[in-house]
Design a protein around this ligand. Structure first.
Ligand code: GUN
Length: 286
C-alpha cells in the first residue's frame, strides 16, 4: 500500500492561489496576464491540451489567445508571428504547442521566443539558466509540477538516489537538473541503457517519462520508493501511464496515479509561469 500523490487536488489548490493573486495584481496593474498559445496543424492530442490550457487560463482570470495555423504554414510566417508577439506589450507568455510539422525548424522558432515570455522554459536561455541553477530560470511546466508534488508531500530529496527514465528536453533533462539542485544523486536511463532494472531498483525516487503504456512493473521498483509517472498514453480509449499502477502501487512508498497525477500539475505550473512572466514585466513598468 502506498500514499497516492494527488496531483489533481494539489493542482486545484495552486490554481486557486494563482487566481487570487491574479485578481490582486490585475487591480494593481490594470492589465490581465495574457498567454498566447500557437497551435499548428490538427493533432487531436495537441488540440485537447491547448483547449485545457485555454480553459485554465480563463478560469484563473487571465487572458488567453489561441492562434490556430494550418500545417502548411511556412517557417517565415511562423517566425513573423513570434516576432510580432515578442513586440506586443500586452502579451506576457508565448507557448508553441509541440510537436510542429517536420518541415519547420522547431529549434529556431523556439529560440525566437523572447526568453522573458518563454512560459515553457524551452529557449536556450532558460535551459542554460536552469542548468546553472539560476533562480530566475523559467522552468518547463511538467518538471516544475513534479517538484511541487514532492514539496507538498514533504518528500526528502537530499542525498536520495533519483533515477529518471527518459531523456527528453521537455521532461527528462530538466527534471534531472531540478533534482540535482535538490541534492539528489541523479541517474538518467534511456533506450540504450544496459541493465535498467539493476539501476531503477536502486532508486529512492523513480521518475518515468518514456511514453510506453504500463512498461514499468514491480520488478523495476525498490520497495518503498517514490514513483512519479509522467506517461499519458491512450490504450483502447483509456488514459494509462508508463507505470503499471496495479502492480507497482502495493510495493511503492508513494505513487502518482494516471490520470490525476502529474498531468494536472503541468497546467497549474503553466499558469504559475505565466503569472511569473507577467509580474516581472509589469513591475518593471511601474
Ligand atoms: N507538447 C507536449 N507537452 C508539451 C509542453 O509541455 N509544451 C509544449 N509547448 N508542447 C507540448
Amino acid at each position: 500500500m502506498s500514499v497516492i500523490l494527488d496531483g489533481k487536488s494539489l493542482s486545484l489548490k495552486l490554481r486557486e492561489q494563482i487566481q487570487v493573486e491574479t485578481q490582486e495584481l490585475v487591480s494593481k496593474y490594470k492589465k490581465q496576464p495574457h498567454l498566447v498559445v500557437i497551435l499548428v496543424g490538427e493533432n487531436p492530442a495537441s488540440q485537447s491540451y491547448v483547449h485545457s490550457k485555454e480553459k485554465a487560463c480563463i478560469k484563473a482570470g487571465m487572458k488567453s489567445t489561441v492562434i490556430l495555423k494550418e500545417d502548411t504554414i511556412t517557417q517565415l510566417e511562423l517566425e513573423e508571428i513570434i516576432i510580432h508577439l515578442n513586440d506586443d506589450d500586452s502579451v506576457h507568455g508565448i507557448l508553441l504547442q509541440l510537436p510542429i510539422p517536420k518541415h519547420l525548424d522547431e529549434e529556431k522558432i523556439i529560440n525566437l521566443i523572447d526568453p522573458r515570455k518563454d512560459v515553457d522554459g524551452f529557449t536556450d536561455i532558460n535551459v542554460g539558466k536552469l542548468n546553472k541553477g539560476r533562480s530566475d530560470a523559467l522552468v518547463p511546466c511538467t518538471p516544475l509540477g513534479i517538484t511541487r508534488i514532492l514539496e507538498e508531500y514533504n518528500i526528502e530529496t537530499i542525498g536520495k538516489h533519483c533515477v529518471i527514465i527518459g531523456r527528453s528536453q521537455i521532461v527528462g533533462k530538466p527534471i534531472a537538473s531540478l533534482m540535482l539542485q535538490r541534492n539528489c544523486t541523479v541517474t538518467t536511463c534511456h533506450s540504450k541503457t544496459q541493465d535498467m532494472r539493476g539501476i531503477t531498483n536502486q532508486a529512492d525516487i523513480l521518475v518515468v517519462a518514456i511514453g510506453k503504456a504500463n512498461m514499468i512493473d514491480e520488478t523495476y521498483v525498490k520497495p518503498g520508493a517514490v514513483v512519479i509517472d509522467v506517461g499519458i498514453n491512450r490504450v483502447e480509449g483509456v488514459i494509462t501511464g508508463d507505470v503499471d499502477f496495479d502492480r507497482v502501487e502495493p510495493i511503492a512508498g508513494y505513487i502518482t496515479p494516471v490520470p490525476k497525477g502529474v498531468g494536472p500539475m503541468t497546467i497549474a505550473c503553466l499558469l504559475e509561469n505565466t503569472l511569473t512572466c507577467y509580474k516581472r514585466m509589469e513591475s518593471c513598468k511601474q
